[in-house]
Design a protein around this ligand. Sequence first.
Ligand code: MG
Length: 261
Amino acid sequence: MERPILKSPDEIEQMREANRIVARALKLMAEMVAPGVSTLELDQAAEELITKAGAIPAFKGYPGASERVPPFPATICASINEEVVHGIPAADRILQEGDIVSIDVGAEINGFFGDAAKTFGVGSISKKAAKLLEVTEHSLMKAITTMKPGSTMRRLAHSVQTTAEEAGFSVVRQFVGHGIGRQMHEPPQVPNYVPSFGFGEGYEFETGAVLAVEPMVNIGGSAVRVLKDGWTVITKDRTLSAHFEHSIAVTENGPLILTEI
Ligand code: MG
């Protein structure tokens, strides 16, 4: 079973800065998202905020899944509607009234990483889309409450999955959350569903674990595929998908959300 690299209280304190910068960038995104805005404009604004804060955009230059896939070229991932995660910002990707857009931000400072994501409605959105956003965010926030020493990965994954499925939605299985610290992706994997076989209780949370929990929830089926650009993940049935993520430290007093301002 994968275990996290545990952080001391002092290291967790040091991790706050990267995570606060990520939270500030997401707040800026919330203010900017509107019909007519391109995802490239969002990317440039996020990059400016991160670099002015003295931090480094964590996704830019991230290696692709194979040699044929170029490194990720941008500061944010911006994934519109049926796009699940890892959408590449572009000048010709203009947000339209009624769209939803998932924005994922990562930053590094003081040798530590921060990572968070949120899905925003563009102008007024359909009731179904609004429910998807509400349920996905709730699936994250409810799961976070389980992150106490002695609780288990199974309990967290079960919490995310049941919140999404009880609302009639499905969770993406192909992509998962992760430990975070001196690297953006550390062990263990943090699934948003309970695998059918051989999972057991999974990792038992300890004080000092820091995990990025990131449910991706689809209105339709859970299947996804990657587009030819090697990055953009979409739902196979082209239904809407939402993504919410926080980086959270497990402390003796319970979960501490680092990606809040
Ligand atoms: Mg992440």
